[in-house]
Write a protein that binds this ligand. Structure first.
Ligand SMILES: [Zn+2]
Length: 326
């Protein structure tokens, strides 16, 4: 941009890449802040925010954001990219799966991707989201929210696009095609999610996920980074040929497969499989090996997510099926 960008103490002039911290508040004995990098392009263009690590053990997503910081040259960038690689730094530091690990006023911990747009007068979890949304995301026209196979989940690489009202913004679908994954899923009525709340604020937003069980695997990082760099070319922020993937599966609704009893869930069908309604997915067995429950697909579609820990309680989600447009 032909002007400097200042967010708190992080200031980047045209053609500069500057890293620092966004101050959120205080812990009992120290300041609490999260990493922030501003890549300010030499040429004018849109402002795009990349966030990852809302879930602090999704290392593939976090590493993909760090790779973007490394690979994008501000001297060859039009517009600016604001990167928050570890939004849930507390969870990252404590290796705490999913939730922000500091209690929300003695009422347990929170999945911070359910409390957008946050609250400046709330606990650290709420203030984090308030600051990320108001000080960073709202400065831009685009939000990329990168996830990456938390330590409890096995998930098909996919792009999640928010349905605002009855529509998916065509601009979001264009970027999703540039990411190039074979699965795009529409997310409906998901208030409190980053992509919905940013979408309602007029920011073109989507989430993307790749990776499995919290393992930091290069092939998934590269899959994400290649898609993200292609989408930057699609937005004309960096130069180069663009590839748009037109042959993808489009999911329009997600249904859960729930347990009716507790035990050990033995999943027999891997994530990524197209299943038919009624098809056996696995069984829940007792501690002496008796089959307590046979688990079946509740609908036909793509078994796109399941949960890695086989020790299950009554009434828990075992997996999720995306219903596909034909
Ligand atoms: Zn996540």
């Amino acid at each position: 941009m032909n002007e400097k960008i200042s967010i708190g103490t992080v200031i980047a002039g045209p053609g500069e890449k500057v890293s620092g911290y966004l101050s959120i508040g205080y812990k009992p004995a120290s300041e609490y802040s999260i990493p922030l990098t501003i890549i300010n392009g030499i040429n004018d263009g849109p402002i795009l925010t990349i966030i990852s690590g809302q879930h602090g053990t999704e290392y593939v997503g976090i590493c993909a954001a760090i790779e973007i910081i490394q690979r994008v040259d501000p001297k060859k960038l039009s517009g600016a990219i604001l990167v928050l690689p570890v939004v849930n730094a507390a969870g990252f530091e404590q290796r705490s799966r999913l939730a922000f690990p500091i209690e929300d006023e003695f009422s347990g911990t929170r999945n911070i991707n359910r409390i957008w747009p946050g609250d400046q007068n709330g606990s650290l979890a709420h203030v984090t989201i308030h600051m990320v949304f108001n000080k960073v995301v709202k400065r831009g026209q685009y939000l990329f929210d990168i996830h990456g196979g938390d330590i409890y989940e096995s998930i098909t690489s996919c792009v999640l696009v928010p349905k605002i009202g009855s529509e998916v913004d065509p601009a979001v679908l264009g970027i999703a095609e540039a990411i190039g994954f074979d699965t795009i899923i529409e997310v409906q009525n998901a208030r409190g999610y980053s992509i919905t709340e940013a979408g309602l604020a007029g920011i073109t937003s989507f989430a993307v996920s790749a990776g499995d069980s919290g393992r930091l695997e290069e092939k998934f990082v590269e899959e994400l980074v290649a898609g993200l760099m292609n989408s930057l070319r699609h937005l004309k922020m960096i130069e180069g040929a663009v590839e748009l993937r037109k042959n993808y599966r489009l999911g329009y609704e997600v249904v859960k497969i729930k347990s009716r009893t507790g035990g050990l869930f033995y999943q027999r069908v891997p994530v990524g499989t197209i299943v038919q309604k009624g098809q056996k997915i696995g069984e829940i067995i007792s501690m002496d090996g008796r089959i307590l429950e046979s688990v079946h697909a509740v609908e036909s579609g793509l078994l796109f997510e399941s949960f890695c820990n086989p020790a299950v309680n009554t009434g828990e989600t075992l997996g999720e099926i995306a219903l596909l447009r034909s």
